[in-house]
Design a binder for this molecule. Structure first.
Ligand code: BES
Ligand code: ZN
Length: 467
């Protein structure tokens, strides 16, 4: 198995350096120090070709506007990425995908008996403008609502027992015109209804204290009238795109059948130019594609930029979900570059979803040791496009600097915060790691049969509660 033979050679090298427990610590350190200066001359084949100004200039171009999924600006970025791949001699595929999108309301107002309350909405709530008396219905379970008629009412509901979506649907089915859900713990409630549903009515949240106050009034027999305004929300099918360019093995005879993916996301959050998140990773994917274009390799290197990552890894999930199993089995590694150039962030870390080393981290730690004299720190994180690959059992890791910069997801994530030194460092580590595996050598057994599918916990990224 090729993957194992490569891992073995790394392990072997490591044991040659560190092996022998009887070696005194100082001698061991000395051996490590000697190893630090052992460079692989083949690394220079890629390092010498990296032009950090290319990366910087591409970031500068992409960060002129936010690139929110499914906006014309994201599509313009897709086109420019495609053209850049093509200018390097690649055929670039633009892969379209669809998802149920949601535009949050621009106006949310809740007034109770003339007093305005601080309120939040639930993602996927529809718009509406309702004035009606409140009725407290506990947690709005089916049992609690049995026999009730909520026509012409706004339901006041306590969090807990069932999902927010169930509460809203249950109240709507009894004729309610709107729903106010109050928290069952301290703090504000940022929730989601999970998906769209035609049965939904406008739904907002308030705090536990605000809710208890209203329940007391209602229990005292008072009539409490609420005016609920949710304006500008809309849900519907949206489309976004991934861009894929493949560097095939140099000749068919030496093709080992394996694929390494080098990925990034090109979309941004609203209002953020996303110079670091993630024009940086995208520009680096493009530069690595240029660097590798004419290098002899025995492994396919697939460069992919994903759309709609910021909405929940939608592009990468689509990509992985639509590969046949035989194709998935060919992918031996995913190097995912997300936020790789911030001047104000910490050191580079290579994060796997379970915090365990894998082929990507092994190659990376070996290459960073050669580059910098110390291995890149291994960490644990989901929250980016390596997750769907890891869930499919593919060794995958996220390259990111930690701690994050203060500009993360803000309008200040701009080109002036980008460090060429950081870009150069990551590009060098990743490209030499990839080249270490993919370069033409004569000892390549044929493609491995992968059987190491991992069982991983499902939710790596949800921030909003469903219940
Ligand atoms: N670029 C970030 C990646 C990231 C990873 C940030 C780990 C912080 C920690 C990515 O674009 C992002 O913002 N991810 C979202 C989650 C995503 C699934 C919507 C996040 O971490 O909030
Ligand atoms: Zn982000």
């Amino acid at each position: 198995m090729r993957k194992n033979s490569k891992l073995l050679s790394i392990a072997l090298a490591t044991s040659l350096i560190l092996g022998g427990l009887s070696v005194p610590v100082s001698a061991q350190q000395q051996t490590i120090a000697q190893q630090q200066i052992v460079k692989n001359p083949l690394d220079n084949k890629v390092i010498n070709q990296i032009d950090v100004d290319n990366i910087y200039n591409t970031i500068d171009y992409l960060q002129q506007t936010p690139r929110v999924a499914s906006t014309p600006e994201e599509y313009a970025a897709v086109q420019s990425i495609k053209e850049q791949f093509e200018s390097y001699g690649y055929e670039a595929e633009v892969q379209e995908f669809q998802y149920m999108g949601y535009t949050a309301p621009h106006t949310v107002e809740l007034t109770i008996d003339g007093t305005s309350l601080d309120t939040r909405t639930f993602t996927y709530t529809p718009s509406g403008d309702v004035q009606a008396p409140l009725e407290y219905v506990g947690q709005a379970t089916e049992e609690e609502l049995e026999g009730k008629d909520l026509s012409g009412k706004i339901a006041l509901v306590q969090r807990g027992s069932n999902s927010f979506a169930e509460k809203v649907i249950n109240a709507a089915e009894k004729g309610a015109e709107g729903v106010i859900i109050f928290n069952n713990t301290g703090g504000v409630l940022n929730g989601t209804l999970g998906t769209t549903d035609d049965r939904y009515i406008p739904a907002v949240s308030i705090t536990q204290a605000q809710g208890n106050d209203l329940v007391t009034k209602l229990n005292n027999g008072e009539t409490v009238t609420a005016s609920l305004k949710v304006l500008g929300a809309s849900a519907g099918l949206r489309s976004s795109h991934n861009v894929i360019a493949s560097k095939k093995p140099t000749n068919k005879k030496k093709d080992n059948g394996n694929v390494i993916t080098v990925t990034s996301h090109h979309d941004s959050v609203p209002g953020a130019p996303g110079a670091n998140d993630n024009a940086s990773g995208t520009a680096m994917v493009l530069e690595l594609a240029r660097v590798f274009k004419n290098l002899p390799t025995d492994t396919e290197i697939r460069f992919i930029t994903f759309g709609a990552e910021e909405l929940g890894l939608i592009g990468s999930r689509h990509y992985v979900a639509n590969l046949p199993q035989a194709e998935l089995d060919r992918i031996v590694a995913n190097f995912n570059l997300d936020m790789v150039g911030s001047r104000d962030a910490g050191d580079l870390v290579v994060n796997t979803v379970d915090g365990q080393p894998n082929l990507v981290t092994e190659l990376t730690q070996a290459s960073s040791l050669r580059s910098n004299g110390e291995p890149t720190r291994l960490g644990r994180s989901g929250s980016s496009d390596h997750v769907p690959f890891a869930e499919a059992g593919i060794p995958a890791a996220l390259f990111i600097h930690s701690p994050l910069e203060p500009w993360y997801h803000t309008p200040q994530d701009t080109i002036d915060k980008i460090s060429k030194e950081k870009l150069q460092d990551v590009a060098q580590i990743v490209s030499t790691a990839v080249y270490d595996y993919t370069r033409f050598d004569n000892q390549t057994p044929k493609r491995p049969q992968k059987s190491n599918k991992q069982q991983l916990p499902e939710q790596f990224y949800f921030e909003e509660s469903l219940q």
